[in-house]
Design a protein. Structure first.
Length: 139
């Protein structure tokens, strides 16, 4: 009986770590805009993400921007579809077509937000410094 009590915590923790990865995707499309922004905001892209344990790996591409990309961020929204603050910076190609990537260790609150569809990617460009493309990470 004593042996079981010593082995059980190790066995249970290995079960928790053996969960399959959570795979998510985002379609990057222009941020909400008004008529004046149409001359500066355009493009599309897609992102794939995989959560294994607490590690999130993001890879994607974009194209068709009207000016070169400057930054890309992983942001936390209060609810899906609403802007929120940046939590991580991704690596992005500084061009009108390129790649987005990053790897991060998420805390439990960020993992829960990811599972609830509240984390999203936002790509900025030279002519759209407040955001050009965005997309929510969803299963």
């Amino acid at each position: 009986m004593r042996t079981w009590l010593l082995v059980a915590p190790v066995w249970l923790s290995s079960l928790a770590q053996a969960q399959p990865p959570l795979r998510l995707h985002a379609r990057l499309s222009p941020v909400a805009m008004d008529a004046a922004m149409r001359a500066t905001i355009a493009g599309s892209g897609s992102v794939s993400a995989e959560l294994t344990g607490s590690r999130l790996i993001i890879t994607g591409t974009f194209e068709g921007l009207r000016s070169a990309a400057t930054i890309a961020q992983l942001r936390l929204s209060p609810v899906t579809g609403v802007r929120g603050p940046a939590v991580f910076h991704l690596t992005v190609t500084k061009a009108v077509t390129g790649a987005i990537e990053g790897a991060f260790a998420l805390n439990p609150e960020q993992i829960e937000s990811l599972r609830k569809g509240r984390l999203y990617i936002q790509l900025h460009s030279e002519k759209a410094p407040d955001g050009n493309l965005w997309g929510w990470l969803l299963p």
